[in-house]
Design a protein around this ligand. Structure first.
Ligand code: NAD
Length: 497
């Protein structure tokens, strides 16, 4: 399938604006052709988008809609997106290179799930009140913040932006959204669909461009009240510094180097299937990739042999090839990073058990073979740095205690996977591992918005998930009513002791 060349401009106050800023290429990673052109938003254009969000917040209908009215809009969004999933998937795949089946049936349906969930959830989220008979009543009013900045990454540009948009809007905020400048196509169409579904003009504005130009202007704009960011840890340091200068709220969902621990008592066939999914899905471009395989010595040789054999057999293909299990990496820079990190792994004494090089059969495109390395220790670079590509690093240990220590010897702490049928061992691991979400005997198959998702240490600040999102996207105001009856001290009356 070939897609017409796309032109993306900022979407402000309900419409795409005419092309204005510098033109950036949107490259199709499958063949390095030009999938589109993005016109970068500078600080002035970002300011126009924030003004639109501010006006919609101050004078528009959205913050004051009833829960039931917002629910109707969210349901219409889910319907409109469902009707347009094929087009959204084609656009997402053209810029990210992820297999079309993955875009269409796994990643983009998350948009529906988000809006369907947030259509209902606010109806059940009640506030706190306390009464003291005859004396008073205190209760909490929860208010939207105002215009917020939402920034999503290149590996799930629209799905992750939709999580943020749904959560911000569910509590009455307005927003300016941006995804990666390399993968802007599907989000642009999605923002248009939001308006077709009845989101009022100005409530969702979209800008795009390089992070240090457009993203930085979003974060620094004085009217932006909070920044919800998903992306890399290095980028998050810039965002935290810029947001800190304006004392803005931040939610940072960042990278990982998650341990996947396999113990002898586990169902090893299932653990093998899951370990492959955990690290190689979407060519390893997942924050929650189980990219450190921590294997008990008793099963390590056999498990690793089978793992490497299956990794070699993963079909790397063009994203539109229905048989392809993995596509290319999303960008030339991603490919260069993976190549560099595999070279460093070799220098650090790792054995390459599978892959380790460009995938055969492609003249163009960013295709890298699923790669398995056996690391001499957890301290080498491939075990400490996020690759964000199809590379698993295996480490052999002699006990669960050692596995836990390895899992925790990392600056990251996003997710962990534990495979064991020994209950006490599982409980020790879940208690001791420093990670925001621990899966026992399962890979991560879906996010559950009822539960917190986020990272320890350099994997994040704050949590995704509805309860945390409600806290993040609202101000709480405590109201205190006296019903009389409390004696007040009388100051300023002469002679009064
Ligand atoms: P990235 O950090 O390079 O970019 C993410 C976004 O930030 C992009 O939209 C980019 O334009 C923007 N940006 C860059 N510099 C900025 C700045 N100075 N100010 C404001 N915005 C700026 O990340 P990426 O390569 O797009 O995505 C991969 C990373 O995202 C990985 O580290 C991955 O682990 C992480 N990720 C985390 C989660 C999670 O939920 N924890 C989910 C998906 C991806």
């Amino acid at each position: 399938m070939t897609l017409a060349h796309q032109t993306v401009t900022s979407f402000i106050d309900g419409a795409f604006i005419p092309a204005r800023g510098p033109a950036l290429d949107v490259v199709n990673p499958a063949d390095e052709s030009l999938a589109g052109t993005l016109h970068e938003a500078d600080a002035a254009e970002v300011a126009a988008a924030v003004d639109s969000a501010e006006k919609a917040f101050r004078t528009g209908s959205w913050p004051g809609l009833s829960v039931a009215e917002r629910k109707q809009v969210f349901r219409r969004i889910a319907d409109v997106v469902r009707d347009n999933l094929d087009e959204l998937a084609a656009l997402e795949t053209a810029a990210t290179g992820q297999p079309i089946r993955y875009s269409r049936f796994i990643q983009l349906p998350r948009i529906l799930a988000n809006f369907e969930f947030y259509a209902e959830w606010p109806s059940y989220a009640l506030e706190t009140a306390a009464s003291e008979r005859g004396r008073g009543l205190r209760y909490v009013l929860r208010e939207p913040l105002g215009p917020v900045a939402l920034i999503s990454p290149s590996n799930a540009p629209t799905a992750l932006a939709s999580t943020k948009i749904a959560a911000a809007l569910a509590f009455g905020n307005t927003c300016v959204v941006k995804t990666s400048e390399n993968t802007p196509l599907a989000l642009a169409r999605f923002v248009e669909l939001l308006h077709m579904a009845g989101v009022p003009d100005g409530v969702v504005n979209m800008v795009n461009g390089r992070g240090d130009v457009t993203g930085d202007a979003m974060v620094r704009h004085p009217a932006i009240r909070a920044v919800s960011f998903t992306g890399g840890t290095a980028t998050a340091r810039h965002i935290a510094a810029a947001a800190g200068a304006g004392l803005k709220r931040i939610d940072l969902e960042l990278g990982g180097k998650s341990a996947n621990i396999v113990m002898p008592s586990a169902d090893l066939d299932r653990a093998l299937d899951a370990a492959l999914i955990a690290v190689f899905t979407n060519s390893g471009q997942q924050c929650f990739a189980g990219s450190r395989l921590v294997l008990h010595r008793a099963i390590a040789e056999d498990f690793l042999g089978r793992f490497a054999e299956r990794a070699e057999a993963i079909r790397v293909g063009h994203p539109y090839d229905e048989a392809a299990e993995n596509g290319p990496l999303a960008h030339a820079n991603s490919y260069a990073r993976v190549e560099r990190m595999v070279a460093e792994a070799r220098e650090d004494g790792c054995a390459i058990l599978a892959g380790g090089a460009r995938a055969d059969g492609f003249d163009k495109g960013y295709y890298f073979r699923p790669t398995v390395v056996r690391a001499p220790s957890n301290d080498v670079r491939i075990c400490q740095e996020e690759v964000f590509g199809p590379v698993a690093a295996a480490i052999v240990v002699d006990s669960m205690e050692e596995a836990i220590a390895v899992a925790n010897r990392s600056r990251y702490g996003l997710v962990s996977y534990v495979w064991t049928n020994d209950l006490a061992e599982a409980m020790r691991a879940t208690e001791s591992i420093e990670a925001g979400w621990i899966h026992v005997n399962t890979p991560m198959l879906a996010l559950d918005p009822r539960f917190p998702f986020g990272g320890y240490k350099e994997s994040g600040v704050g949590r995704d998930g509805a309860p945390a999102a409600r806290q993040f996207f609202t101000e709480e105001k405590t109201i205190n009513y006296a019903l009389g009856g409390v004696d007040l001290p009388k100051v300023g009356i002469q002679g009064n002791q």
